[in-house]
Design a binder for this molecule. Sequence first.
Ligand code: PMP
Length: 283
Amino acid sequence: MKIYINGEILEQENAKISVLDHGLLYGDGVFEGLRAYCGKVFRLEEHLDRLWDSAKGLLIKIPISRGQMAEAIDKTLVANDISDGYIRLVVTRGIGTLGLDAHLCENPQVIIIAAKLALYPKELYEKGLDIVTAGTVRNNNCALSPQIKSLNYINNIMAKMEGHLAGCAEAMMLNGKGEVAECTGDNIFIVKSGILSTPGTESCILEGITRAAVLEIADELGVPNRQTALTRQDVYSADECFLTGSGAELIPVVKVDGRVIGNGKPGEITKKLHARFHQLTRE
Ligand code: PMP
């Protein structure tokens, strides 16, 4: 695997950054996860917007332009001979002292990793996921905004571990009010009586780029949709449930906390939305 660091493409064993980088010491940095389909990055501008917004929130100055970042992504894909895969962008705070002072840090590091994607196994798309609610509450909008895709993902990692301990590949996270927020690396949607619903930003979610694409597709296909607070009961009593993310695309959920969702099979609206999403990624 060849990795981009600050303008250079390096072999994996030579791709290193300092142990004094605050990205390592404090999780001080930002990242993005993108997908390339047939050599083209899906919704590149939206991902760059989110990366730059995350960096702005943390007062990190990304040392290259958006155009240079886009070129660097292409260069990394070509170096790895990947036309369909996953791309990880990382910008760290840079090398500092052992203290928390971010203003003493120098040279944010720009890292790009491209890999062939290990999606959920195909059978899970056909059968659907079984998920559980995690006890770990999603970061509060007023504390550390879930809109900032920071390198400190411990909140989500703890919830993911709970899912794993319960034998599930994903876990549903609630916000401080006990409402459904999202899953650890995916947004959540339900369908009830033909209406598509997903929590809005006030529910403490990352505004997923796949989520936005799905809402657009729903409009295009005439599926009524809304962004609204959801309770666990809304999810339990839904006809369909699915998750969205750059890695997962759309994956059906058929069981939540032991409750069978709908008829226990991936729903028709879920399938329709996924089929159109699949087309869109290849346009
Ligand atoms: N929520 C969280 C917490 C995530 O980490 C991700 C993945 N980036 C998502 C939702 C889905 O976002 P996207 O569709 O932009 O990949």
